[in-house]
Design a binder for this molecule. Structure first.
Ligand SMILES: Cc1ncc(C[n+]2csc(CCOP(=O)(O)OP(=O)(O)O)c2C)c(N)n1
Ligand SMILES: [Mg+2]
Length: 319
């Protein structure tokens, strides 16, 4: 049995990610976000469940679809919106945008626009913990497409032979852009690859936040106790195309409907109502608070100045 407070926290996080992505898509349509934006809609339970299982002093490495990871680690909405709008007050002073948010205060080593590139960065952080003799772990988020990059194999093997404290979090959303997993791997259950490297692997329903939390807690316990790296494969499905301008017409409708019926927000809400004994009215209050916080973040970010051209030029000259 979980406490109501814990279930509330999970729901608040899942719902915050949903609202952040939904509102940012609106900002994108208004022409306020430059570049790409890869929504995490449909995958909210993974970041939330994994981060709830981590300690405050642990680390994460994120991806191009990384807003959810940042929020689940306790990132500030105001600084996130400011960053995606390219404002000076953003996490990277507006220089990084959606795909490059890092937040060292919350142990978020950073997102990355290069598919798979976060994996060796996380293994390096794991080596750092090992060298310092710490007992933290690094959770590296990546998706199915990254598993077919050579760097996945190299990193997994290195982490394994050096017994590094790394949790490989495979967010299997079953697509790399429009390439379905069935065409990209003979073995769609990608965690089975871990076995070949002597790495313990765990599979979980990535749409159920409690299931993700429980399985990741088990995996982290093994990892933190010095048994070396682990892998958690959370299977899920995007609620739309690869990025905001991809209508995702290649996604079979019945499959999408199946996963939408298992919407992570809906499941987390049900857990809170049933196990947490939270009334409809109290859940609505949480949702209202989240919506207000997001509204404030958007207002704040819109009022923030963009970096000046002079400042950009100075940085280029200096470097
Ligand atoms: C090394 C590299 N190759 C290709 C791309 C272009 N690209 C951006 S996202 C993406 C798909 C990645 O799929 P996956 O790893 O499954 O992540 P998901 O988008 O599903 O979260 C590709 C091919 C890239 N950014 N980096
Ligand atoms: Mg994918």
């Amino acid at each position: 049995m979980y406490s109501r407070q814990f279930l509330e926290e999970l729901y608040r996080t899942v719902y915050t990610i949903r609202v952040f992505e939904t509102e940012c898509i609106k900002l994108y349509r208004q022409g306020l976000i430059i570049g790409y934006f890869h929504p995490y809609l449909g995958e909210e339970a993974i970041a939330t469940g994994v981060c709830a299982a981590l300690r405050k002093d642990d680390y994460i490495v994120s991806t191009h679809r990384g807003h959810g990871h940042c929020i689940a680690r306790g990132g500030e909405l105001k600084k996130m919106v400011a960053e995606v709008l390219g404002r000076e007050a953003g996490y990277c002073r507006g220089r990084g945008g959606s795909m490059h948010i890092a937040d060292l205060k919350t142990g978020n080593i950073g997102a990355n626009g290069i598919v798979g590139a976060g994996i060796p960065i996380g293994v390096g952080a794991g080596l750092g913990i090992y060298v310092r003799g710490g007992d933290q772990v690094v959770a590296i988020f990546f998706s199915d497409g990254a598993c077919n990059n050579g760097v996945f194999a190299e990193s997994l093997n290195l982490a394994a032979i050096w017994d590094l404290p790394v949790v490989f979090v495979l967010e299997n959303n079953q697509y790399a852009v429009s390439s379905p997993i069935e065409e990209m791997s003979r073995i769609p259950d990608l965690h089975r690859r871990a076995e070949g490297y002597g790495v313990a692997a765990y599979a979980v329903d990535g749409n159920d936040v409690l299931a993700v939390y429980e399985k990741t807690t088990e995996a982290i316990e093994a990892c933190r106790s010095g048994k070396g790296p682990v892998m958690v494969e959370a299977k899920t499905y995007r609620h739309g195309g690869h990025h905001v301008n991809d209508p995702g017409l290649y996604m079979p409708e019945e499959r999408l409907e199946y996963y939408k019926a298992r919407d992570p927000v809906k499941l987390a809400r049900e857990h809170l109502a049933a196990q947490g004994q939270c009334s409809e009215c109290d859940i609505t209050t949480i949702e209202q608070q989240v919506l207000e916080a997001m509204e404030q973040a958007v207002e704040y970010a819109k009022d923030c100045p963009a970096p000046s051209v002079e400042e950009f030029l100075k940085e280029v000259e200096q470097n």
